[in-house]
Ligand binder design. Structure first.
Ligand code: SAM
Length: 240
């Protein structure tokens, strides 16, 4: 990574008040290298320009560090993590939290297992599976303080994937683009049915690095009814 791009990342870490050391920066560097190497064999990302990669993958992923309640949220699941976003960058900056990264595509999960081993992320596990199946498994259902997810589905569908994993009192943080007022309005009913409530419409971001993004925080206030998530495929076929 060039010196300028390292400075860009460090600048974002400063602004987000994240205490970091050289070891963390080295993990980011090694992870980016692995994504780009594996990207030649399996499809992981369309972003290969280094500066764009830092901004759209790394800095975007760590945005939720500014959420005031984050220090209380220790167990985190990333649903539809793909090449590990936002889960891996978050796991690098929060070594004391525990992360489970879930994806329905086994090739990506194999890649993540290599990353975890190679860069020594002792606080992370990768799991192959669909959110609809894992959300009905008692090992995972309502076991997490925080569920994060980026670029996986519309908010009503995504809420059915994600809210079942969250403990009552915990949060689901949906990484979304800005200007999705209609999508949010169309999701309110689904969020309510699933036991959630939009907590904070968080439009704060680090300068203009990713001005087109926001995180929607949904607080889980009540248990998710047992019929949700429905069978694999049904949330997309007939969204709540
Ligand atoms: N979150 C990553 C990011 O922002 O770069 C990846 C986004 S990618 C567009 C969507 C990912 O979600 C894919 O890797 C796909 O395999 C996964 N996915 C889609 N539906 C899923 C489901 N029902 N359960 C688990 N993973 C799912």
């Amino acid at each position: 990574m060039t010196e300028n791009n390292i400075v860009l990342l460090e600048d974002a870490l400063h602004k987000l008040k994240i205490v970091y050391d050289n070891e963390m920066i080295d993990k980011f560097i090694e992870y980016k290298k692995m994504v780009l190497e594996w990207n030649e064999k399996i499809n992981l990302t369309a972003i290969v320009d280094e500066k764009e990669f830092i901004i759209k993958h790394f800095i975007d992923s760590i945005m939720c560090a500014s959420f005031p309640d984050l220090n209380k949220l220790d167990k985190v699941i990333d649903v539809g993590t793909g090449a590990g976003f936002p889960g891996i960058p978050l796991s690098i900056i929060f070594p004391d939290k525990e992360f489970l990264l879930v994806d329905s595509l086994n090739k990506r999960v194999n890649f993540l297992s290599e990353v975890i081993e190679n860069i020594g992320l002792n606080n992370v596990k990768a799991l192959h599976g669909r959110a609809e199946d894992l959300g009905q498994n008692k090992l995972y259902r309502e076991q997490f303080d925080l569920c994060v997810s980026r670029a996986v589905a519309k908010l009503n569908v995504l809420s059915e994937y994600c809210l079942p994993f969250v403990k009552i009192g915990g949060y689901f943080a949906a990484y979304k683009s800005k200007h999705i007022k209609d999508e949010i309005d169309e999701s309110r009913k689904a969020i309510r049915i699933l036991g959630g409530e939009i907590a904070e419409h968080h439009e704060e971001y680090v300068d203009s690095y990713f001005s087109d993004h926001q995180i929607i925080y949904i607080k889980k206030n009540a248990a998710t009814p047992l019929q949700f998530p429905r069978k694999a495929g049904n949330p997309t076929k007939s969204p709540l």
